[in-house]
Write a protein that binds this ligand. Structure first.
Ligand code: GLV
Length: 324
């Protein structure tokens, strides 16, 4: 049997020794992702693809490929046409679980930074504006005791709620499925409608996947329901918020502030009007960016790839229907 061929779309923070023992591995050497035409050609020449969320793995690429496995180093996979992969019987792997804590931590870093205006305060200091202690300088709301609304209550949403216990917050959540009573009880979380959550929360944080049914889940109508003091956090996917509506809500002070780690189109264009807003913090999609987490994600992605190449079931497969 010939040696399987693998294409990896970026250098990874993990050992490839095990993979190289069974496959011929080519790694895209640039910091920027491979252009689509390169990806298309590689997919037609290899058995296994290890990709990132910046790589567009669409129907054309999948149906013209020789792929036996697609392994994504991320928990989300909205860049991959899963239906097309399933139709071709190609298993798709992802890396759930290991990035839950890192993403919940960044959510809290953004929440605290937006509440206490940390980024604005840093800019203020560097601009030489710190002249004295002032009773009303850079005020924000209390976090302790406030109401936290969590949209999407899977692993990451629940990890965010767990951290909120220390701040004695009231927790509201909404999700496709209501949790077991034990989970609600242990996290002191109350299941409510999206409308109620938007109306009653001081902080709103999104932890639902990017998908057709969550596209622009928050737009003008939803911003109109929020408190003028509300602070919105998004570490999930940019497509969940209508970015033009976000700009309107923030510039008209319909809500107080937002902090987002994801945007509708990534990277965010430097021409985006969002960049002119003082009440918005933007980070470059770094939710899982702890050294330990990225190493674990890479290791899982490699394990998924090896399983796919050797005909084993992927340890983390997003389309298990391929096995039925
Ligand atoms: C990051 O956004 C991921 O889906 O892992």
């Amino acid at each position: 049997m010939s040696v399987p061929q693998v294409f990896i779309t970026r250098r990874l923070p993990a050992s490839l020794e095990q993979l190289q023992a069974i496959a011929h591995v080519e790694i895209w050497p640039e910091r920027q992702p491979p252009p689509y035409d390169v990806l298309l050609a590689k997919a037609q020449a290899v058995d296994g693809l290890l990709c990132l969320l910046t790589d567009k793995i669409d129907r054309q690429l999948i149906t013209t490929s020789s792929l036996k496995v697609i392994s994504q180093m991320a928990v989300g996979y909205d860049n991959i046409d899963i239906a097309a992969a399933t139709a071709q019987k190609i298993p798709v792997g992802n890396t759930p679980g290991v990035l839950t804590n890192a993403t919940a931590d960044l959510t809290w870093a953004l929440l605290m930074s937006a509440a206490r205006r940390v980024v604005e305060a840093d800019k203020f200091t560097r601009a030489g504006l710190w002249k004295t202690w002032e009773p009303d300088l850079l005020l924000g709301p209390d976090v302790a005791g406030a109401t936290l609304g969590i949209i999407g209550f899977g692993r990451i949403g629940q990890a965010v709620a767990r951290r909120a216990q220390g701040f004695e917050m009231k927790i509201l959540y909404t999700s496709r499925q209501r949790c077991q009573p034990e989970v609600e009880e242990s996290l002191k979380a109350e299941f409510v409608s999206l409308e109620t959550l938007l109306q009653e929360s001081d902080f709103i944080t999104i932890h639902t996947p990017g998908a057709e049914d969550t596209y622009h889940l928050l737009s003008d109508r939803q911003f109109a329901l929020m408190k003028p003091s509300a602070i919105l956090i998004n570490t999930a996917r940019g497509t969940i918020i209508d970015q033009n509506a976000l700009y309107r809500a923030l510039s008209q002070k319909q809500i107080a502030a937002a902090a987002v780690d994801v945007t509708e189109i990534e990277p965010l264009s430097m021409d985006s009007p969002l960049l002119s807003l003082d009440n918005l913090i933007i980070t470059p999609h770094i939710g899982s960016a702890s050294r330990q987490t990225r190493a674990k994600m890479a290791a899982i992605a490699i394990a998924n790839l090896i399983a796919g190449l050797t005909g084993d079931r992927l340890p983390h497969c997003v389309n298990p229907e391929v096995y039925s």
